[in-house]
Design a protein around this ligand. Sequence first.
Ligand code: GDP
Ligand code: IMO
Ligand code: MG
Length: 444
Amino acid sequence: MTVTIVGSQLGDEGKGALVDLWGGDADVVVRYQGGDNAGHTVVEGGEEYALSLVPSGAVRGKVGVLGNGCVVNPRTLFEELGTLRERGLDPDVRVARRAHVIMPYHRRLDGIEEEAKADSDSGVEVGTTGRGIGPTYEDKAGRRGVRVGDLLDPDVLRDRLEYAVPQKRALIEDVYGLEAGEECDVDALHEEYAEFGRRLREEGMTVNCSAFLHERRAAGDNVMFEGAQGTLIDVDHGSYPYVTSSNPTAGGAATGTGVGPTVTGRGEVVGVVKAYLSRVGEGPMPTELDGDEREEALASDIREKGGEFGTVTGRPRRIGWLDVPMLRHAARVNGYTGLAVNHLDVLAGLEELRVGHAYELDGEERLSLPATTERWAECEPVLREFEPWPEVDWGAVADDGYDALPAAARDYLEYLEEQVDAPVHAIGVGPDREQTVVRTNPWA
Ligand code: GDP
Ligand code: IMO
Ligand code: MG
């Protein structure tokens, strides 16, 4: 049995909280794409863990795997493992030998290209997390990347670096007219990264991901796939070019781990939805609350109450009403079998509550997204009013179950189920594992 958890919007929907909640019944939790651009929060009994690379199942002591579709920065990985160990956890993390390695020159180039885009007035600056994600996936597709398996063989690692690094130096110096630094010192890189390879080997951390998962499943284990980012920042199905460079959508769980699509397709695919919308970085957001002072004040209230500041970069997140055309797109692209709707508590007590039910484009109403980002940016939201629900004792609601939710909140959820054509399995009413109304266990 597998359960795949996917972000339905623009990231930070509360995937970490759901992986933690349902990870209790999983044996293995696998990340299938992305790298340390992710920031997944797990709160257990008031203790907060912010995980960037280590799968969120670590908090419950599950085996974590970084699949072949991930990009792995070993500096971040070992630092994060160290921090978790200091906090009393004992994470068991395996890394696919086919996963690509984020090298220091990738991070440097991420920053350089973002600056070049900003200076160019081309409007294509993405507002990346600066973690080197895009340049690493470029090298993967360009067949010049360094893979985790290459770190295990110092000779292979040297060959890879001796080819790639002079190109990066030329790019930095000859194309961008900047000075290359330590990130282009082959000997220093070789020494540090061969040492990472030695550590990975010594600690038995590398795996053939596909074979490893096959064996675990054959032994009867439950496997959970933890998506990072969200559908609208997927490189294929998102708001290109304001996207990340991987496939957070459900298909990525198969290609990013070496498990067949028939396996993930027989399991549950749960879309995590934030009850409103947030975005870090550039790109259109038709329901953004930024039209006038009143809207900005509302956005600021939601931002403060929901703690909407980037887990990785600390940037304030842009805020908007729930965008339903976006969710119809996400449900279709991912083939959802269910939804988990978070942050219902954050919307409590508002004076007004709306959702973007549809878009208006060229005088016509549309229920889903146009395929180009420029056309999406031209969409005006067709808003629908909902009755706001009051502030209640959310802890008591989580204990008592669905019927204890305020009636107006249930109306909101039932509207969503109808529009997206998927049942709501769980409702987040606070950040803690306990602050969740569970209706259906996807493993059952
Ligand atoms: P992820 O990247 O999808 O895992 O989400 P993040 O962890 O980046 O952002 C979600 C934030 O909202 C975190 O601070 C969570 O602790 C918090 N959170 C998750 N679910 C809920 C919820 O239902 N209510 C509230 N108030 N906060 C939540
Ligand atoms: P989680 O897993 C929200 C955004 C960045 C930027 C774009 C590309 O916590 O939901 P990148 O560094 O990936 O090349 O940046 O994607 N982004 C995220 N936004 N949550 C995330 O992860 C994100 N990971 C990347 O802000 O707009
Ligand atoms: Mg996040």
